[in-house]
Design a protein around this ligand. Structure first.
Ligand code: AMP
Length: 427
């Protein structure tokens, strides 16, 4: 079976086994709690969309649309694509359901798998999991700062120390100033064509700004001397960018300006940002995003401001591991109900059920284990307490409650057990 490739998860995908899935859920709950403090509500869009949603939104000349999409024709002859990212779908849904009609704003968050046909490596998968937010209908620079702060605070909330991450920001201008700058960079690329790789030369015609992202040392050296958009922003873009930075300063959010940060998607306007983590090698961007004030119009909607970020689950896990941070995942069972002898199995079963009804995560053995093996199982489930059900205690209406951390044991009246356990668990 194991040598049969179809018996394994496809290349670039991983099974999220319980230990990892619980970390994902912890991150998700942290995000839900934090995002709701900032006024965000959940949204779930389909995992696949009409291909055009991504082609129009992300842009034909981007790596994602050009090379990385999982696109197929469905049985009805429609071109369908597994979503490579969340923003395009959320904006499509917001337009379809009029979430931003009549000048309303919407703050939304999503979570789930994304699909990109990339070359798998550490921190780069073909199916990976993202959590993201999208804030629609608000052009003000205070929102840019709020969204950036939220991304940083999420990483802090899951335990990533501030000195293990770096926030970079930039402005990509808008339709007033970027076209002229793009033309300037295209000309610059042509002037230096001999010193740039084939791909970068091609980008002169398709997506010149992406040349800043090339990892090739020669290209980087050339692009380090290229004119910077920062110096060519139109007045409204420059004012917006200055205000974003002022708000970040007020919030005490540390950032670095990276004038070559362009990010790979066409839809960004003005503010873009990225958080990179220590110890991850090449794939060190753990989250990022930006403003996309023209995206809704791409879908035929009215001009509607938008801003958002997405963070990657797998890379966040790698960053936490590299920083030596253990994610606090609750035990599988808070209480394990063990029976001393087979005769009390029915009583133990009911005691376990009563604990669960009281809201305690309780577990019991269903495989007729010995008492010793039941204790081993309790350890494996990281139970805080073990209730030992024995015939003698039962005869007096009692059980033994053992604190696994201190090995302390006490007799407890059956009727009081749920209340006492909840009290011990601090609830
Ligand atoms: P992007 O949509 O490219 O800005 O990605 C946002 C975040 O998703 C990144 O910062 C990563 O954490 C994560 N991410 C993007 N692509 C991948 C991938 N192929 N594998 C794993 N994580 C990814």
């Amino acid at each position: 079976m194991a040598s049969d490739p179809s018996a394994r998860a496809p290349k670039g995908t991983v099974d999220m086994l319980p230990a990892t899935a619980r970390v994902w859920e912890h991150l998700l709950h942290t995000a839900e709690g934090l995002f709701s403090l900032y006024g965000y509500e959940p949204i779930y869009t389909p995992i696949f969309e009409h291909t055009d949603v991504f082609v129009r939104g992300i842009g034909e000349a981007t790596d994602i649309v050009g090379k990385e999409m999982y696109t197929f024709e469905d049985k009805g002859g429609r071109s369908i694509t597994l979503r490579p990212e969340g923003t395009a779908s959320v904006v499509r849904a917001a337009l379809e359901h009029n979430l931003t009609a009549n000048g309303q704003s919407a703050k939304l968050y999503y979570a789930g798998p994304m699909f990109r046909y990339e070359r798998p490596q550490a921190g780069r998968l073909r199916q990976f999991w993202q959590i993201g937010v999208e804030a629609l209908g608000m052009p003000e620079p205070s929102l840019d700062a709020e969204v950036i702060a939220l991304l940083v605070r999420f990483f802090e909330a899951v335990g990533l120390p501030s000195d293990r991450m770096r926030l970079s920001i930039n402005s990509m201008g808008d339709d007033a100033c970027r076209p002229a700058y793009r033309a300037k960079i295209a000309a610059y690329i042509r002037d230096h064509s001999g010193d740039l790789c084939e791909e970068c030369n091609r980008r002169a015609d398709t997506n010149p700004l992406r040349t800043f992202d090339c990892k090739n040392d020669g290209c980087r050296a050339v692009m380090a001397e290229a004119p910077l958009l920062r110096d060519e922003l139109c007045e409204p873009c420059a004012t917006h960018y200055a205000a974003v930075k002022a708000y970040l300063d007020h919030l005490g959010i540390a950032y670095e300006e990276d004038p070559s940060l362009v990010r790979g998607l066409d839809y960004y306007t003005r503010t873009v940002f990225e958080v990179q983590a220590e110890g991850l090698g090449a794939q060190n961007a753990i989250g990022g995003g930006g403003r996309y004030d023209r995206l809704m119009e791409e879908y035929g909607g009215p001009p509607t401001a938008g801003l958002g970020f997405a963070l990657g689950f797998e890379r966040t896990m790698l960053a936490l591991a590299a920083a030596g941070v253990e994610v606090p995942v609750p035990p599988v069972a808070e209480v394990f109900v063990a029976r001393a002898v087979a005769e009390v199995a029915g009583d133990a079963f009911l005691i376990c059920d009563a604990l669960r009804s009281a809201g305690v995560a309780a577990e019991i053995d269903h495989q007729s284990r010995s008492l010793k093996s039941q204790f081993k199982l309790a350890d494996r489930l990281r139970a805080d307490y073990v209730v030992v059900v024995g015939p003698d205690e039962l005869a007096t209406g009692q059980v033994t409650l053992r604190d696994m951390a201190t090995s302390n044991e006490e007799r407890v009246a059956l009727g009081d057990l749920p209340t006492i356990v909840l009290d011990r668990l601090g609830r």
